[in-house]
Design a protein around this ligand. Structure first.
Ligand SMILES: [Zn+2]
Ligand SMILES: [Zn+2]
Length: 93
């Protein structure tokens, strides 16, 4: 099955599997922009905050934190108050 990159809409190639939610999903890699995504990934528009990983509510920026020595954005859930780091290290200002 052909998949297109959600970011640049060019064809993407399969790049291994990912265990997610107890099941295996197909991972894809865009050869044009290098974006990685997986089947069934909840697509969010670029620039918007990621949803809370606990309750899926909307979040607000909450400063920056460090993950594996890299600066990443921190977000705070407006519903449950959960604070988390952005998963995607490729999103930079
Ligand atoms: Zn792309
Ligand atoms: Zn939450």
């Amino acid at each position: 099955m052909e998949m297109n990159c959600p970011r640049c809409n060019k064809p993407a190639v399969k790049s291994g599997k990912l265990i997610r939610g107890g099941g295996e999903v197909q991972k894809y890699l865009c050869q044009t922009c290098g974006y990685q995504f997986w089947e069934g990934q909840e697509l969010r528009s670029l620039g918007s905050n990621p949803p809370c990983p606990k309750c899926q509510a909307s979040t607000q920026k909450y400063g920056t934190g460090f993950k594996a020595g890299e600066k990443v954005r921190k977000y705070r859930c407006g519903s449950c108050g959960h604070v988390f780091l952005d998963r995607s290290l490729e999103e930079v200002e």
